[in-house]
Design a binder for this molecule. Structure first.
Ligand SMILES: Nc1ncnc2c1ncn2[C@@H]1O[C@H](COP(=O)(O)OP(=O)(O)O)[C@@H](O)[C@H]1O
Ligand SMILES: [Mg+2]
Length: 344
């Protein structure tokens, strides 16, 4: 295995190559001077080899034409869904994000699912692990079936701490399974989230928001009508409250992770969720979520006090004493120590 810097360089390269939604201009702007061109070339070669391998397997023809660098990972990640007849085609790329790319897929006409969104997570070695440990703190590792692996001492936890290839794979899957199991919990609870359809080690399938012409924009991308502002704020708050009732803090809530379609909102992007009682920074993380939402709606002149909202919600659902927090910190395993790759 290469050293950590190699991974980060690879990631930068892959970001330019793989991200289907990144324009050439964005890619150029993002490109940073790099110390070792040989490492970059190795990264490109690795990506190309993955692409070739998966293309060879064949059998899964898609309407959407992925780029050479995207193709291998995309087909490899979605083929299990295709094999299970959960999807029949990949129709278009919705968006290439930092951690994942999302595609619009067709399902069997008699499935009743309509079109679904496939969120394909970046190959783990290309993911930017920078802040993972903050969210992982106080979280158990989840298996591909979405079950906790058990507390410290477990072979998987050990592998993650050692950062072996197996451990990295387990951490990658756990991250994704947090998103999937959160969708399951919240969807069943009546939250405004996409319907979870299926998951595997690299991708999740969920309800698609939008239509054949365009995917739902994010709140950040739309202009609300004045009469929509207060009701939509209340709807976001209802969801924050509902999440807390189920021991969930989004952790990256903002106008970028809320879709808007036909007057309704849908919250997305849950891999980093934290538990208010198990994560030592839960209070801060919840406060940031609430502040970002208040700031967005303040842009429409809606005045809400984030500090007061935070206090109210925390008293109701979080509210650990320092002793309780210490107890929890001892009981729950700390996240794997990512210090060597966390530093900027
Ligand atoms: N279920 C969905 N339906 C329609 N578009 C979606 C859906 N899920 C995600 N997207 C689109 O894909 C983008 C990236 O998804 P997201 O879950 O936020 O991942 P990331 O970690 O890359 O931000 C979103 O901003 C949104 O535009
Ligand atoms: Mg997002």
């Amino acid at each position: 295995m290469g050293n950590v810097n190699t991974y980060l360089n690879d990631f930068d390269d892959f970001d330019e190559l793989y991200n289907p939604a990144r324009t050439d201009r964005q890619a150029r702007r993002k490109r940073k001077p790099r110390a070792n061109p040989r490492e970059r070339k190795a990264g490109r070669q690795a990506a190309a080899e993955v692409a070739d391998l998966a293309a060879l397997e064949g059998g899964f023809e898609t309407t959407y034409r992925p780029s050479r660098y995207e193709e291998g990972w995309l087909l490899q990640s979605l083929r299990p869904f295709y094999a299970m007849a959960l999807i029949t085609d990949v129709l278009a790329v919705v968006k290439g994000g930092k951690e994942a790319s999302v595609y619009r897929c067709a399902t069997q006409p008699d499935s009743g699912l309509g079109e679904v969104a496939a969120k394909v997570y970046r190959p783990r070695m290309f993911r930017n692990l920078r802040k993972d440990h903050v969210y992982r703190q106080g979280r158990e590792v989840l298996t591909p079936e979405g079950r906790p692996v058990g507390l410290k001492g477990d072979r998987i936890v050990h592998a993650i701490e050692k950062k072996s290839a197996f451990g990295q794979k387990a951490a990658h899957t756990s991250w994704l399974m947090y998103e999937y199991t959160t969708l399951q919990t919240l969807h069943a609870a009546g939250a405004a989230v996409p319907q979870p359809v299926a998951s595997n080690e690299n991708a999740i399938l969920m309800g698609y928001v939008g239509d054949g012409r365009m995917p739902a924009p994010t709140l950040h991308e739309v202009t609300l009508e004045p009469e929509e502002v207060a009701p939509l704020f209340d709807e976001v708050l209802r969801n924050i409250d509902l999440m807390l009732q189920h021991g969930i803090i989004h952790g990256d809530l903002s106008a970028f992770n809320i879709l808007y379609w036909a007057g309704e909102i849908t919250l997305i992007d849950f891999p980093q969720v934290v538990n208010p009682r198990h994560n030592e920074q839960a209070y801060t993380i919840l406060g940031r979520d609430i502040t970002r939402i208040c700031e967005y709606f303040a842009g429409y002149g809606l005045r809400r006090d984030p500090a007061a909202l935070l206090e109210r919600l925390w008293r109701r659902y979080g509210g650990q004493t320092p002793q309780e927090r210490q107890l929890d910190a001892a009981r729950f395993l700390p996240g794997p120590d990512d210090d060597d790759i966390d530093e900027d």
